[in-house]
Design a protein. Structure first.
Length: 88
């Protein structure tokens, strides 16, 4: 039982270390994606491309067919605030 426990402890330690390392990287990638989408949406009419609408719907928790311009603007404003907070 001792060797099995040592191996599971080592795997758990390795998983925890990878989760911390990947978590930081993914946080940077999320901010980068938010910034990229905000730049792409500038000056475009509301029914955006499907992948942009998918991102907006995931942020808002609503389906795209029930999304309004005001709700999309609210999600984009929240994303702008997150990007600005990360930049400072």
């Amino acid at each position: 039982m001792g060797m099995r426990r040592i191996g599971s402890t080592q795997r758990k330690t390795s998983r925890d270390k990878a989760k911390r390392r990947n978590g930081r990287r993914k946080a940077r990638e999320r901010v980068s994606r938010d910034r990229r989408i905000i730049d792409l949406v500038q000056g475009k009419p509301f029914p955006y491309e499907p992948w942009i609408m998918g991102w907006i719907c995931a942020q808002n928790g609503k389906r795209s067919r029930s999304m309004t311009q005001a709700e999309a603007d609210q999600v984009l404003d929240q994303a702008r605030a997150r990007v600005a907070a990360q930049a400072s």
